[in-house]
Design a protein around this ligand. Structure first.
Ligand SMILES: Cc1cc2nc3c(=O)[nH]c(=O)nc-3n(C[C@H](O)[C@H](O)[C@H](O)COP(=O)(O)O)c2cc1C
Length: 196
């Protein structure tokens, strides 16, 4: 494992990481080499049983527009009385960022490894994408929104009956200054086991 010559800069990076906002994200996004590097980092996560219980669906360029048609059609089916404005928003959902990575959980029954553990590994994958993107100077936001949960959308994207989205990670460059949010005090979340 690589050791750090400058531990303090790695720690300051981790201490200051925050999400971008898909609402304020534009180009540039990662190029092909950077995206490959992000995915290489994404798969370097704890994975009990080495099951690789996740995979990726990449949305870039025109694909973001064509998936928008799927979203809009499905949204119209679900909300027939809604007007054109929300429809336009749904159509443009993935065009808000240059790159959107769908992280698919492939968790499945296994004799030894609970599905919960496989799902948690997918969450680690999504977060590693965020860390890698941030390390390259991009902003990212992990979103689920309704599109991650809708089975028809999932089917259109090619998910099997047992697969589900851990989420979509939007990656790009922030078009507005990023505000941090108040963070929980970790000490307030700690108890110490001191024996029975
Ligand atoms: C599984 C998951 C799903 C999320 N879905 C959404 C979402 O649909 N919309 C949204 O605005 N934020 C969503 N978030 C929250 C953002 O990813 C992010 O945590 C938030 O913008 C705060 O940023 P921070 O990472 O700097 O705390 C989700 C987070 C997680 C872990």
């Amino acid at each position: 494992m690589t050791s750090f010559n400058d531990t303090s800069s790695v720690l300051s990076f981790l201490k200051s990481r925050k999400s971008g906002s898909a609402k304020a994200m534009g180009p540039p996004g990662p190029d092909a080499a950077q995206l490959a590097e992000i995915l290489g980092i994404a798969v370097r996560v704890p994975d009990h049983g080495k099951l690789t219980p996740w995979r990726f669906v990449i949305f870039e360029g025109e694909a973001r527009t064509s998936i928008g048609e799927v979203f809009a059609k499905r949204y119209r089916e679900l909300h027939p009385s809604h007007g054109e404005e929300p429809l336009a928003f749904q159509r443009g959902l993935f065009t808000r960022a240059p790159t959107v990575i769908g992280v698919v959980s492939r968790a499945a029954p296994h004799p030894k490894i609970p599905e919960w553990e496989q799902q948690m590994s997918a969450a680690a994958v999504a977060y590693n994408i965020e860390l890698a993107a941030a390390a390259m100077g991009f902003q990212s936001q992990w979103q689920t929104d309704w599109v991650a949960y809708d089975r028809e959308v999932g089917k259109a994207i090619g998910l099997s009956e047992t697969e589900r989205f851990a989420g979509f990670v939007y990656i790009g460059t922030s078009t507005a200054p990023l505000e941090d949010r108040p963070r929980p005090d970790p000490q307030a979340l700690v108890t110490r086991w001191s024996g029975a």
